[in-house]
Design a protein around this ligand. Structure first.
Ligand SMILES: [Zn+2]
Length: 483
């Protein structure tokens, strides 16, 4: 198909030509119901190609408020003849622009943006498949799957701290770019180049064969006498078929060439080898920006898929590298509570066992650290307070009982825990009263834990403290500090 005769294509800019041929007749412009107006519009683009059938009409797929036609992929265009009209940009530039526009779409991985994370735009949710977003909480970046929460007001699908994921990805990327790994990749690239050379040879043979068929049909057609009209018509049809087949084959070949990766020259190979040895240094250099690191990651990775196991600290990470190869690994994320840990039951059992063996809180913490247990949050080791939080939940002996066993209490003396329970108030408030001198207390140095406060309170004092606990406007006299 050729442009209409009334369109001047030699000197007019393509935009004007495009406008001229794409404008419907006056009677069809406003409110036109012509079924063919959209699907058969003849268009060109700034790359100088003559294009026909760029959009398809799909009434069944029509959505309210959306256009009735859909854009087809370039491979599905009915006609695409390049270099037919003056062009503003080359065809390669046009294709690159289209790829960039596709990447810019937020539904895909998007362009690298500012921010502290490495994988922004590349992370997919392993639970629902939606792209995860980066959010910042107090300066700490998190990957969060918010699609369902945002669109259907459901609970958040999953979210996790970005740092542990980025650390694993960074290690894997640097390993992939290590000199030994790179040599392997270059060897594979050489094999692929040889394979491509074999493919190219096959393509050339097919093209030669198609051209030979055309020439043969042309010679037969030229040789026929004009009087033999029936024979001439048959040969003409055969020639047209051969010409069409050759044209189709050439278009296929051009498409394959356009998608074929660029081969590396020897100079590029040696530059890559030199860079590989210096890459870890460059990666960690203070002059390297995070955007540059993201660019490197995006050259290597197509996507990363993360799945948090329940609410636990275990995360499965699958990386899809450029070329399709996948790497799956597990990593540990910080969680808020000890109870979220996947090994919480084993941990509490072990801590209780150590306590039954007579170890103090600090000794239990040291033992757990030595045995390789890891706490929640971003801590590396257990502390006394963490162990204290771990023990009561497992029904172990509370520390208060051991104090009562080891301290001989006089008449009307209470431990902090016992008095707090008697007055139905928190222990921390009792400590606060003690510091202010509102209660009589003595310090007993015992080895485990470091010591204990013992409070004196007879019935009258108990009544006074209970009244103090109740809200009252009466001002209470300050009791002198017990000796
Ligand atoms: Zn999700």
């Amino acid at each position: 198909m050729l442009p209409p005769d009334n369109v001047a294509i030699d000197h007019d800019p393509p935009r004007r030509w495009c406008a001229a041929v794409s404008r419907p007749p006056r009677h069809q412009r406003a409110g036109s119901t012509s079924a063919s107006s959209a699907s058969t519009t003849v268009l060109s683009n700034n790359a100088g190609a003559y294009v026909y059938g760029r959009r398809s009409k799909e009434p069944r797929a029509k959505l309210p408020g959306h256009p009735a036609t859909r854009r087809r992929d370039a491979q599905a265009w009915a006609v695409c003849l390049r270099d037919k009209i003056p062009a503003y940009i080359s065809w390669e530039q046009y294709e690159q622009n289209q790829r960039q526009l596709e990447l810019n779409d937020n539904a895909t991985r998007g362009v690298p943006r500012e921010g502290a994370t490495l994988l922004a735009g590349l992370v997919l949710c392993g639970r629902c498949g939606h792209r995860m977003q980066v959010s910042y909480n107090g300066g700490y970046a998190r990957y969060a799957c918010v699609y369902d929460a945002r669109h259907f007001a459901t609970p958040l699908c999953q979210s996790l701290a970005a740092r542990p994921v980025d650390e694993v990805v960074e290690a894997l990327v640097l390993r992939a770019l290590a000199p030994s790994a790179l040599e392997l990749s270059l060897a594979v690239a050489s094999d692929l180049e040889q394979e491509r050379a074999r493919e190219e040879k096959l393509w050339q043979q097919r093209l030669e064969r198609a051209h030979y068929d055309v020439e043969r049909a042309r010679r037969q057609y030229d040789a026929v006498e004009p009087e033999n009209r029936l024979v001439a018509r048959t040969l003409e049809r055969a020639l047209e078929e051969r010409l069409g087949a050759e044209q189709k084959l050439r278009e296929q070949y051009h498409r394959v060439c356009a998608t074929r990766p660029v081969t590396l020259t020897d100079a590029e190979r040696s530059a890559i080898r030199a860079l590989a040895t210096e890459l870890p240094k460059l990666w960690n250099s203070p002059t390297t920006t995070n955007e540059q690191r993201k660019d490197v990651v995006r050259q290597l990775l197509d996507e990363a898929r993360v799945t948090v196991e329940g609410e636990s600290e275990r995360v499965e990470l699958t990386l899809r590298w450029a070329g399709g190869h996948e790497t799956t690994t597990t990593l540990t994320r910080p969680v808020a509570k000890l109870s979220q840990l996947s090994y919480h039951d084993d941990l509490t059992r072990r801590a209780a066992q150590l306590q039954r063996d007579g170890e103090s809180l600090q000794q239990i913490a040291d033992s757990l650290n030595a045995e390789g247990w890891r706490p929640a949050k971003q801590c590396e080791t257990f502390s006394r307070s963490m162990v204290r939080g771990l023990l009561p939940s497992h029904g172990t002996t509370p520390p208060q009982r051991s104090i009562m066993e080891r301290v001989k209490l006089k008449t009307n003396e209470w431990t902090m825990q016992a008095l707090a329970a008697r007055l139905h108030m928190p222990r921390v408030t009792l400590h606060c009263w003690r510091k202010r001198g509102w209660i009589r207390a003595r310090w007993v140095p015992i080895p485990r834990p470091v010591g204990a406060w013992i409070i004196w309170a007879d019935d009258e004092e108990l009544e006074r403290l209970a009244a103090r606990r109740r809200p009252s406007r009466k001002r209470w006299p300050r009791r002198p500090q017990a000796a």
